[in-house]
Design a protein. Structure first.
Length: 595
């Protein structure tokens, strides 16, 4: 009888959880996006294309569209050049200082997004470090020299190379060195080997990265907003401008819809490329690739110079932010370093001033809650898909991938349009301006990636272990918590860390949805980076950047560099040491007692 009650309670929890997830999907994934489409084509209650005419008759909107597409089509080529050359410098060519270069080229993984834009602005902006040095020697030079299309292109070209450092680099490591050696024996030059032997097998991953770069350029937000200057505008910042005015939100919806259409097309292209990514090398036993010396002295010197120019471009904003975060306000204003400049007052303020530490706490709380909820919910859904695998779970899986199909700006705008007034879907409440709407958005956009990886982890668990547990009389919940869950916990914690880290300095969603009383870190960093901002605010920005880099670095160490294993070994060694000391003390007590 007791077992029946337990089983019934288990079923009630299962179906209640399914109902909550279905409500969330309907209310916060389906309805907002339907609202975007409805408000665009049925603005006055009947079908109309008038808003499209307004967009294309607006010179400002047309210029923004043109700038976005130009950036979208040029960024893949510049990023590809920088990214491919960086990977070749550290994995293929024999370049001196490869460990240093590898560390340097990984900087965008921990110093990206809003942080890297703030760093470039601090170095090259109107009051930046390099700008001040230029004006010392050339007083007639313009302070606004680092603005517009080329500034945005430079920042994004170096700031988005992480795709090459992660995906392209991993694929190059899998190449068979015997094919390269065979080409050399046939008299092929280094250029021919790279273009005819190395790159062709990597076309699928290159194609995917090129498409992602086009997507980044087309939907660029932080870079045009922060380093683009007043005369350069792209679609995403213009959507923000329109969304802030209730009368212009339909125009914002149209621009977001244009981005959404291209996002869907890009997703289709990526999926077609992914199907071809299995073909890399026909060799069953691969020989590890060996670094090649550049035979031409001139080309060798040129390769070394280019490798370290790339390193300098990566390091300068990163080091400038780190060093100046430890200086006083006067030094930050004058950009003149001295030994007397260094202080810990900026870091002390983070610990003592509520206006300084509250955005950090706000972002930590929101990111933690979102990452925890998503991890638990998607573990549950992945388990359903794994166990049931029917039409219902297939449809649910597709619905949870909606955030992949649409840009985050479109999703945020849909939430604003749907819940700026009382709605039945949220029991007559209003969400716009509340503290929870941003948390809902954080959770929703994390669904696709988290579900994809947790699903893969569950399917990799040996089903024979579950069958054996059932044969021994173990219940379904007991089997899951004792056998399945421990097997997928490493993936769960890795995803939790990445999701938490990814939303700490979020700007794209936050700027649309945050409550003014609970400003998140991304919004504060952006507001503190304008030219009119006081020096103390810029100093706090530097501290925020350093703290976020430290957190990101710890996450990267745990996820990508074996941090979990090293920490486990350290704890194991520490415990052994403690146990050894305890045993020694016990022996001494025994000896004393015997005497």
């Amino acid at each position: 009888m007791e077992e029946t009650k337990t089983f019934s309670l288990y079923k009630v929890l299962i179906y209640s959880s399914i109902a909550v997830i279905l409500w969330f999907v309907l209310a916060f994934l389906v309805v907002p996006n339907f609202q975007i489409i409805y408000s665009t084509f049925f603005a006055q209650g009947e079908f109309t294309l008038e808003p499209f005419q307004k967009i294309f008759s607006s010179e400002r909107a047309v210029d923004a569209l043109k700038n976005s597409f130009i950036l979208g089509f040029t960024l893949p080529f510049t990023t590809a050049f920088v990214g491919i050359m960086q990977v070749l410098f550290i994995e293929y060519f024999d370049i001196k200082g490869q460990k240093f270069l590898t560390l340097t080229y990984m900087i965008p993984l921990i110093f990206g997004g809003l942080l890297i834009n703030n760093g470039y602005l601090f170095v090259y902006g109107p009051n930046g470090l390099i700008t001040e040095q230029i004006l010392r020697f050339f007083p007639e030079a313009s302070r606004a020299w680092f603005q517009g299309y080329f500034a945005v292109l430079l920042v994004m070209s170096f700031g988005t190379t992480f795709n090459y450092m992660v995906f392209f680099r991993n694929q190059i490591k899998q190449l068979d060195y015997q094919t390269i050696q065979a080409a050399k024996n046939l008299g092929a030059s280094q250029f021919q080997i790279i273009t005819k032997v190395i790159l062709p097998p990597l076309r699928p991953v290159l194609g995917t990265i090129l498409v992602l770069s086009f997507q980044s350029g087309l939907g660029a937000f932080a870079a045009p907003l922060m380093v683009g200057g007043p005369n350069y505008e792209t679609i995403s910042p213009l959507i923000l401008t329109f969304a802030e005015r209730p009368s212009s939100r339909v125009l914002a919806a149209i621009l977001a819809l244009i981005l959404g259409v291209f996002q869907v097309l890009l997703l289709i292209v990526i999926q077609r490329n992914e199907k071809k990514m299995n073909f890399l090398s026909i060799s069953k036993v691969k020989t590890k690739i060996k670094r090649q010396k550049i035979s031409s002295p001139a080309l060798n010197i040129g390769a070394h110079i280019l490798a370290y120019i790339f390193a300098f471009i990566h390091w300068l904003p990163f080091l400038a932010v780190f060093v100046f975060s430890f200086t006083d306000y006067q030094t930050i204003a004058s950009m003149q370093l001295s030994w007397d400049s260094f202080t810990l007052q900026n870091y002390a303020r983070i610990l003592t001033d509520s206006s300084a530490y509250s955005p950090f706490i706000t972002s930590v709380i929101y990111s933690f809650l979102a990452a925890a909820v998503v991890g638990i919910a998607m573990t549950f859904v992945a388990r359903l898909i794994h166990k049931w695998n029917n039409l219902f779970t297939t449809v649910l899986e597709y619905l949870l991938h909606i955030p992949w199909l649409l840009p985050s700006i479109l999703f945020a705008l849909g939430l604003i349009l749907s819940y700026s007034s009382p709605s039945l879907f949220i029991f007559g409440n209003t969400l716009t301006g509340s503290w929870i709407i941003m948390l809902i958005a954080y959770i929703a956009v994390m669904f696709p990636n988290t579900l994809r990886f947790l699903k893969a982890a569950l399917f990799s668990v040996d089903s024979k272990l579950e069958d054996a547990a059932k044969n021994l009389g173990a219940s379904g919940p007991y089997t899951f918590f004792k056998i399945v869950l421990p097997a997928i916990l490493p993936t769960f914690f890795a995803l939790f860390a990445l999701n938490f880290n990814g939303k700490l300095a979020d700007y794209n969603l936050s700027v649309f949805l945050y409550n003014p009383l609970n400003r998140p870190l991304g919004v504060v960093i952006r507001n503190n980076s304008t030219n009119s901002t006081a020096i103390d605010a810029k100093a706090i920005n530097l501290v925020y950047s350093v703290l976020l880099v430290i957190i990101s670095g710890i996450v990267m160490w745990f996820v990508y560099f074996g941090g979990k294993e090293k920490l486990a070994e350290w704890i194991k060694g520490f415990k052994k040491k403690d146990m050894g000391e305890v045993e020694l003390e016990n022996e001494l007590i025994v000896e004393q007692h015997t005497e």
